[in-house]
Design a protein around this ligand. Structure first.
Ligand code: AQP
Length: 332
């Protein structure tokens, strides 16, 4: 069976982009793949996190996965730090990957900003840990957004270099699974920037814990342009906000942007925003209600993560042993 690994960082402010671009798609994969879904708390600490918030956010991401329909019995859901193999393999990959490779990673440049000297070593080595996450389970497919494509390429480079350095054929070549373009959700305040957990403006994103009033208000305040809505995606050029809002509508409605343009083309943004707010509340409401219920039962969520970690360790153990033997670690 083809195996998938995918993760979300528990860095707070889980948003509609994480839901439409990642978590919701996972539900559709669970019948066709052997799936490992991870709350990547070790990635989260590459930038400073408050310990109690990290714990709460880890439960929140797990609750979002389960509430969205990811079945914890059929799939593995766990938090990364419970399986020490991730850190062990990441260290080996720190010694396989080249500084030059990591220096070219655009996400590091974006996240470290101007003050690179002050960024954590972990933020720089982040792609090596991501390679370890995937290869610890010999995953064959990784669902990725556009922004993660470069990291996946690096995972392939590391796998190849490991195989050739140690004269083995241990790691499979990982393939990306890329979903439709409409799943890249942009900021409500700037159609050219992606909706993001770390955007300082809460109005830029629809949060997975926002109530219906907040969802409607944020959509009402979303940036637009002065023209009526385009009647075809061909008219999206130079109109990133229209493209984004219509893309969100299409994604939530399980429809296409062509259909959304055909239905709303020529209308005013104010009318369309009302429809979009109603749709968002209708689609997100049940997921959010279930998330709230699960977050009120932390013992259950912790149990799911603990059980998932135990199953993940079982898969990882023989693979890690094989890797350690290839490296020449005595006692592997
Ligand atoms: N705006 C988005 N549109 C579509 N998909 C998105 N993802 C994130 N933002 C969007 C997808 O969500 C998954 C988890 O991402 P992550 O936790 O690794 O965080 P990220 O990709 O770095 O983006 P965030 O959530 O906005 O966090 P910050 O602000 O820290 O950059 C991934 O599959 C990602 O593609």
């Amino acid at each position: 069976m083809k195996r998938i690994f995918s993760g979300v960082q528990p860095t707070g402010n889980l948003h509609l982009g994480n839901y439409l671009g990642a978590i919701r798609n996972w539900v559709r994969l669970q019948d066709d793949y052997d799936c490992i879904f991870c709350v990547v708390d070790m990635h989260a600490i590459t930038v400073r996190q408050k310990p109690e918030e990290l714990t709460a956010n880890t439960r929140e991401v797990a609750a979002a996965m389960i509430a969205s329909g990811v079945d914890p019995k059929k799939n593995i859901i766990f938090n990364q730090s419970q399986v020490s193999g991730h850190a062990e393999l990441a260290w080996i990959f720190n010694c396989v990957a080249r500084l030059g490779w990591l220096s070219r990673m655009t996400q590091f440049k974006e996240k470290a900003g101007k003050d690179k000297e002050n960024a954590s070593v972990g933020l720089f080595a982040y792609p090596n840990l991501m390679a370890a996450d995937i290869l610890l389970y010999k995953a064959t497919h990784v669902p990725v957004g556009e922004d993660q494509k470069q990291h996946l390429e690096l995972t392939r480079d590391i796998a190849q270099k490991f195989n050739s350095d140690f004269g083995v054929d241990l790691f499979p070549m990982v393939e990306p699974l890329i979903f439709g373009a409409a799943t890249r959700v942009m900021s409500l305040k700037n159609g050219a920037a992606k909706m993001s957990k770390s955007d300082p403006s809460d109005n830029s994103r629809i949060g997975m814990t926002d109530d219906s009033g907040a969802i409607a208000r944020k959509i009402r305040k979303a940036k637009t342009d002065p023209h009526p809505l385009p009647a075809s995606p061909k008219e999206f050029d130079g109109r990133p906000e229209a493209a984004n809002l219509m893309g969100i509508y299409a994604s939530l409605a399980d429809s296409t942007v062509e259909d959304v343009c055909a239905r709303f083309g020529g209308e005013q943004f104010s009318t369309f925003k009302q429809h979009l707010a109603d749709l968002a509340v209708a689609k997100l409401g049940p997921v959010q209600e279930e998330m709230r219920r699960l977050m009120g039962d932390p013992a259950y969520v912790d149990g799911v993560l603990g059980d998932g970690a135990a199953r993940a360790r079982e898969i990882a153990r023989p693979i890690l042993k094989e890797i350690q033997e290839a490296v020449g670690f005595l006692g592997a």
